[in-house]
Design a protein around this ligand. Structure first.
Ligand code: MN
Length: 486
């Protein structure tokens, strides 16, 4: 509910590009990212008369995995339909899509906003072939068409209108991204438009839903959030002025951070859907469905549950979940999982991943290390820290040093000592230094003894100085107190 008493209602549609090697109905390479225009096109993608589509088995496999990622299960029976419209980048004159019997029906995605978990329903998800791309060179009186994207397999996911704020819409888009990445069905590279979001937004201050607008082709989580925010505000302002909302399709201007009118919808579009006579229905056996279910990896929510038992904060957990797919060359989560029997080590690993290594990798300063090597480094540094040979400041210095170099020392403890990073916790040795410091600083010692807690810092500082920084501060403090009879 906004402060003016209007409640936003939001539904999201998302086109996810599936990571098949070839297109949905032809044998042409599906990765058009660096290809010159119109080089990845066959007679099928061109829609030449007589060309017959052949369904890509892997697209069905990936869509089936996506079904499980959406807490659903693939439909045993689905079919393809033709959706007719005319546009220069659609040479067949129709898009092959799924209309009344899609491959995924129902499902859900959990999101968390401000510590509240909310379940967002999935209405359906269908497979379809992408269209090409129209390019309008500025200042020219012509347009160009690139058909490389024609026939790329898309999974269009449609949510229920269960979202009620811009933050929820953003969280939902992000959670879909994680689901698709963890299920490994899409590269989900937003920069290349591998996931494109449409948001349906309406506002109302009574129990009836308001008229909605659809803002299309948002390609970042932030633009999903900002477009919803903008639409909610725009619609409330219109209603407050007594003006009607019109049902329309809008675009998003990222530079101006505004939505703009693309076309008004007076009637529902008439796509004249009909079953595609060139494609047989897709029939999946229970055996096939079970086999795909068994292939599913550990999904984000399962990881969250595992990581929560390590008492990590939810922002630390989200950082780890994102890094696992954004910085995919390091298997953060499975490394933590490997040492889960030693919760202290697992927590040490998680903390330093979040606070040190992930930022280091994002700045591209980290070395390429094998999982095994990395785990050895963390284990040994953790051991030195636990046995109080390293202060937490020096843990950081040592880790940065080790993680940004390809050549690893044979003996980390010796290396740390050579670098002057280890500290002494030897009580005898420290005890002698402490006695000397107390003797040389009777005033400060007296203050500490009579309960002036602050003065102890000064004494610790003196011990550090005499030990050339090697004294463990916690142990030193204990010894000072002991010697002063506290
Ligand atoms: Mn679509």
């Amino acid at each position: 509910m906004t402060k003016s008493g209007y409640r936003p209602t939001i539904g999201v549609e998302c086109h996810v590009q599936l990571k098949t090697k070839t297109k949905l109905f032809s044998g042409v390479n599906n990765d058009a990212r660096e290809a010159p225009p119109n080089t990845l096109v066959s007679h099928i993608d061109f829609g030449l008369p007589g060309a017959l589509p052949v369904l890509n088995r892997e697209a069905i496999h990936l869509a089936s995995k996506a079904a499980f990622a959406l807490n659903s299960s693939p439909q045993p029976f689905s079919k393809f339909d033709r959706k007719h419209y005319f546009y220069p980048d659609l040479p067949m004159g129709y898009q092959i899509s799924q209309y009344d019997e899609p491959i995924i029906i129902g499902g859900s995605v959990d999101i968390e906003v401000d510590g509240q978990i909310k379940t967002i329903g999935i209405t359906r998800a269908h497979l379809e072939a992408d269209a090409g791309k129209s390019i309008h060179p500025s200042g020219q009186n012509y347009s160009l068409v690139d058909l490389n994207r024609c026939g790329t397999p898309l999974l269009e996911i449609v949510s229920q209108p269960d979202l009620n704020s811009a933050q929820e819409a953003k969280a939902f888009a992000h959670e879909l991204y994680l689901a698709m990445r963890y299920a490994d069905v899409s590269e989900a590279d937003l920069y290349y438009g591998n996931m494109r979001f449409d948001v349906n937004v309406s506002v109302s201050n009574n129990d009836q839903l308001g008229i909605r607008t659809e803002t299309k082709n948002l390609n970042s989580f932030r633009s999903v959030e900002k477009a919803v925010e903008y639409e909610v505000k725009r619609q409330i302002e219109l209603l407050e002025k007594g003006q009607p909302i019109t049902q329309e399709t809008r675009g998003w201007d990222d530079a101006k951070q505004k939505t703009f009118l693309q076309r008004t919808k007076e009637n529902a579009d008439d796509y004249r859907y009909m079953p595609d006579p060139d494609l047989p229905p897709v029939v999946l056996s229970q055996e096939y469905i079970d086999k795909v279910a068994a292939e599913m990896p550990v999904m984000p929510n399962q990881w969250r549950a595992k990581l929560k038992s390590l008492e990590l904060s939810s922002s630390q957990i989200e950082t780890l979940l994102d890094a696992e797919v954004d910085l995919a060359h390091i298997n953060y989560l499975s490394l933590i999982d490997k040492v889960k029997d030693q919760p202290k080590t697992a927590k040490f690993l998680a903390n330093w991943f979040v606070n040190l290594e992930i930022p280091l990798q994002r700045e591209r300063k980290g070395a390429k290390l094998e999982d095994k090597q990395r785990l050895e480094i963390y284990r040994e540094v953790d051991r030195l820290y636990t046995s109080k040979l390293l202060s937490s400041t020096n843990v950081k210095i040592l880790l940065i040093d080790l993680l940004s170099s390809k050549d690893q020392p044979d003996n980390i403890e010796k290396y740390a000592a050579d670098q002057g990073l280890t500290q002494s916790s030897d009580e005898n040795e420290l005890g002698q230094i402490v006695s000397r410091v107390i003797k040389d600083n009777p005033k400060a010692a007296q203050d500490v003894a009579s309960g002036e807690a602050k003065a102890i810092g000064f004494l610790i500082g003196q011990v550090m100085k005499l030990s050339q920084g090697k004294a463990n501060p916690t142990t030193t403090q204990d010894i000072i107190k002991k010697q002063l009879g506290l």
